[in-house]
Design a protein around this ligand. Structure first.
Ligand code: PHE
Length: 462
């Protein structure tokens, strides 16, 4: 079915491939953005729309990334070159690699913070602290260049060590241990949170459907969240799929990755809101992003469980460790996109390529990390360097990448190739094939173009 290159590694098992792809999808986006967006935008009504976006856009685009990767068995840029030699489509692959590079550079900064907070939780630093202490604690930390740099680079090095070990004994082995650990921690923490006395208000905030809150821009933010959360629109899933075995069922894997990702997002809500409401904390729009994880959460965990210190200690350590694992499986996938590209396109060994990527991303990561301290005066379009990277990659690169992947598979690729990949050369049934093609041709590109134009303020639909 595919162009085999004997020197290329594959995942050793289907479950390993599934867990690695799920590891890329499950990340900080699930834990810090999804619950807040849900709580503020109509609870179960928002979840319904989010799930609609995942089903109608996320899964078909994920299938295209998978089939492009597995068919070509090449890095993201090589994949487009193989399928559309000498055309402008090659830029889609290059954009994917560039997005991976940019996201890895700033994502490692926040990932580093999760490691710092795990270390603080382990050192019992939250014990006895009050609501007013936590904002200062966070501000002190992020503005301290050395601590920030130390953790950004440490996180990059841990990612490096796993990527260098290769697809089977690095990425797959790590995902097979860490993803189950992540699920167990998630369930344990949710169980602790929902047994808190004030938890029912939190669950209500998260789940009570309120359709009056659903506006055009809420639908758009559900779509944007689905994109980022499923790691779509850049080469991660395409690169991972280039290591899928020939008997991996692409449709089923895309469905399972999306189910796992949505499950983790919803469970995170079951951890955060019961704890937040139990502590009598009022959620505001400032709680989206870092401040939820690094100011609100240590505080509410301390307030909620502080009367049993050992429980407060255990819950805080587990919560931050959960974040580290979620972030690490995502940074690995981002690193792999760029490493696979450098190693295959410039014919370097994996070790050399990974070292090059680690050094280059660390240098850019350092600039992002310092934008919270010594470089915080530098503003580009009114944003700090870190915010600019975040904004450009998640609001521009990913949607543009996703739209192009969708058009490429829907319009450019030979239908027989798409059919062969989705059915494993006719050995599987894929009754959804026509629907998927329809979505990729019409629905997804139009929907994404709408989000994009709206988000950039170029055209206001809503
Ligand atoms: N999906 C990851 C998250 O939810 C982020 C990510 C985006 C990772 C794109 C890889 C590629 O945090």
């Amino acid at each position: 079915m595919s162009n085999h290159n004997p020197s290329r590694e594959n995942f050793g098992s289907k479950i390993g491939a599934l867990l690695a792809a799920a590891g890329s999808a499950v990340g900080l986006g699930n834990i810090w953005r999804f619950p807040i967006l849900t709580g503020q935008n109509g609870g179960a009504a928002f979840i319904l729309i989010y799930v609609g976006c995942v089903l109608l856009m996320g899964i078909p685009i994920m299938m295209s990334e998978f089939l492009i990767g597995r068919h070509t068995r090449a890095n993201a840029a090589g994949a487009y070159r193989t399928l559309a030699p000498g055309t402008r489509w090659n830029w889609v692959g290059r954009l994917a690699v560039l997005s991976g590079f940019v996201i890895l550079s700033y994502y490692s900064v926040v990932a580093g913070w999760t490691a710092e907070y795990t270390a603080m939780a382990l050192g019992n630093c939250f014990d006895g602290k009050t609501t007013t202490d936590f904002p200062a604690m966070f501000a002190n930390f992020v503005s301290n260049p050395w601590r920030n740099l130390f953790w950004t680079i440490s996180f990059m090095l841990i990612t490096h060590v796993i990527v260098v070990r290769g697809v089977k004994s690095g990425i797959e082995k790590f995902s097979k241990v860490m993803m189950p650990a992540l699920f167990i921690i998630l369930v344990v923490l949710a169980a602790c949170a929902i047994t808190l006395p004030g938890s029912s208000k939190g669950i209500e905030f998260l789940l009570k459907p309120d359709f009056s809150k659903i506006t055009g821009s809420v639908v758009l933010s559900a779509m944007g969240q689905a994109f980022f959360s499923l790691s779509l629109g850049l080469g991660c899933l395409c690169t991972y799929a280039s290591y899928f075995r020939d008997d991996t069922n692409i449709g089923k894997t895309a469905l399972n990755v999306s189910l796992i990702d949505s499950f983790v997002a919803i469970m995170s809500g079951f951890i955060i809101f019961p704890a937040v409401f139990n502590a009598g904390y009022a959620i505001s729009s400032n709680d989206i992003g870092p401040s939820l994880l690094f100011i609100t959460m240590p505080n509410v965990l301390e307030q909620s469980f502080g009367n049993i210190p050992i429980l407060a200690y255990g819950v805080s350590v587990l919560f931050y460790f959960l974040l580290v694992v979620a972030a690490l499986t995502s940074t690995i996938s981002l690193h792999e996109v760029v490493t696979a590209y450098v190693s295959e396109e410039f014919r370097m060994s994996r070790r050399k390529a990974a070292t090059f990527v680690t050094i280059a991303c660390s240098l850019v990561g350092i600039v992002c990390a310092l934008s919270f301290g010594p470089l915080d005066g530098i503003k580009i379009f009114g944003m700090s360097i870190f915010d600019l990277f975040d904004y450009v990659s998640s609001n521009i690169f990913l949607p543009v990448g996703g739209m192009l992947v969708s058009i490429f598979t829907g319009w450019y690729l030979d239908k027989k190739l798409v059919h062969d990949e989705l059915t494993n050369r006719g050995t599987l049934r894929a009754p959804y094939l026509r629907l998927v093609i329809f979505i990729l041709r019409y629905f997804a590109p139009i929907a994404i173009a709408t989000i994009l134009l709206n988000q950039l303020g170029l055209f206001r639909f809503f």
